[in-house]
Design a protein around this ligand. Structure first.
Ligand code: DLL
Length: 435
């Protein structure tokens, strides 16, 4: 039978959730207006006052927030409480630019732990489980976020953090970890090192994994499930909103339930800012309605997804978001064609290649080129030169069919692409270096 951590919310009626959201949104907007000059000025400039926000129907009247706002007000300009009430800071640097910093009060940390406890429970975790947290601990929210959820459930937590994969495996084996939390690319790397050690999934006690912080396809899910002998669940979140636990997957494994009692989601057209109807793909925008220290309003995530409110077989009524289908800013435009790395990953894995790949984009004489480098197995690697050339040609043809672009394919020997312990680097865009 399906278990919930907070059934009164997770299976609540739509009316209950909307009533909570209305009340919490109105309060948050007023508080933010009074305590954060940045929001007050932005609202005044947009001609809205807290009195105009009476329910979630009025949310669209509020101006958006952007990552740039966090940078411009660095470090504490968006905090809505005095620093003496803040008990924790986290930060994220992203791939470019200055880092951003967010804060949590004691109550914010409790809410965050609740959100992650819901995710862990949906993956089958109880106080009898041993949870190995192999997300990075530190300023990154992954480690301490998952840790807080596991502690909340009374599970036995192993704060392994990232790195030293041999030791991770020893710990996982000897301590009998039953649940693994890390990035999906790191999960595959752990499986790879496990096999290189002459061990298999049968030497471990894992039953489930909770993977997120980076995009991963369903094909990658199948590989992880197969190689580690587990059920693999997705978890979504971002530093600016709270960290992991904004959304989490249930046994249905078809999208993530959003913790709507804490975060209101909207999907918008990234170009016009117009709110789109449910079921339409667009940019995800979140508003925090319970956070004390850092209650961000209408935050533009740049993640592209779809939300749906159909009935879920797990019994949860919380709205579901699709796996993010890329980011508005990781979309590559190559010779005018829009390409998402996830599309390439799907082709690679469907064709039986590994998830160890990199996409190299370059420009010479104003002409963009795209090269897909992917590792092959030892068996394939020992094939004839002609056999390898045939394979590369076949893969290139499949990519052409999908993308409508000629991509160069390079098959690499096993272990030639650097492994990541956190978020994998999938794209090297040399054009950016030229700017
Ligand atoms: O990655 C928080 C997190 C930690 C989520 C552990 C899940 C697990 P940031 O470093 O701020 O926070 O990065 C946030 O990562 O906007 C997405 O683009 C991407 N992302 C996060 N989760 C997923 C996911 C953490 N499940 C950015 N699928 C987000 C795809 C994800 N992308």
């Amino acid at each position: 039978m399906e278990r919930y951590y907070q059934p009164e919310i997770e299976t609540a009626s739509r009316e209950t959730i909307v009533a909570l959201q209305n009340e919490r949104l109105v309060k948050t907007v007023r508080r933010v207006y009074e305590n954060v000059p940045f929001y007050r000025e932005k609202m005044i400039a947009a001609g809205v006052s807290p009195d105009d926000i009476r329910s979630i129907e009025d949310l669209h009247k509020l101006p958006f927030s952007y990552k740039k706002d966090l940078r411009d007000t660095y470090p504490y300009g968006l905090f809505a409480v005095p620093l003496k009430e803040v008990v924790r800071l986290h930060a994220s640097s992203g791939t470019t630019g200055k880092q951003i910093v967010v804060g949590y009060t004691e109550k914010d940390l409790q809410i965050w732990s609740d959100c992650c406890a819901r995710a862990l429970t949906a993956a089958g975790c109880t106080n009898e489980d041993i949870v190995q947290v192999s997300y990075g601990y530190g300023l990154f929210t992954g480690g301490l976020g998952a840790d807080g959820g596991a502690m909340r459930l009374g599970a036995t937590t192993i704060p392994a953090s990232t790195g030293n994969t041999q030791r991770q495996i020893t710990v996982m084996h000897d301590f009998g970890a039953t649940i693994l939390c890390c990035t999906p690319s790191y999960a595959l790397h752990i499986a790879e090192v496990l096999h290189a050690n002459g061990m298999t999934k049968d030497d471990l006690h894992l039953k489930a994994g909770i993977f997120g912080a980076e995009p991963w396809t369903n094909e990658m899910r199948r590989q992880i499930e197969d190689q580690l002998g587990i059920k693999a669940f997705d978890i979504y979140g971002l530093t600016e909103v709270i960290g992991p636990g904004v959304g989490f997957e249930c046994c249905e494994q078809s999208g993530m339930h959003i913790n709507e009692d804490h975060f209101i989601v909207e999907v918008i057209d990234p170009d016009t800012g117009e709110v789109l109807p449910e079921g339409t793909q667009g940019e995800l925008v979140f508003t925090c309605i319970t956070k004390e220290a850092f209650p961000i309003l209408r935050y533009r995530t740049r993640d592209i997804g779809v939300i749906t409110r159909g009935k879920c077989s797990c019994g949860r009524t919380l709205v579901k978001m699709s796996k993010p289908r890329g980011r508005t800013d990781d979309m590559l435009i190559i010779r005018g064609v829009n390409v998402f790395p996830s599309q390439i990953e799907t082709v690679l894995l469907e064709k039986g290649y590994s998830a160890n790949y990199q996409i190299i984009v370059d420009r010479a004489n104003n002409f963009d080129s795209i090269e897909v480098q992917v590792e092959i197995s030892n068996e394939i690697f020992s094939d004839t030169v002609r056999g390898l050339a045939e394979r590369a040609k076949e893969l290139s043809a499949a990519l052409k069919t999908l993308l409508g672009l000629n991509a160069k394919v390079t098959l690499l020997e096993p272990n030639s692409i650097p492994r990541s312990e956190g978020k994998a680097v999938r794209v090297i865009d040399k054009r950016k270096l030229l700017d």
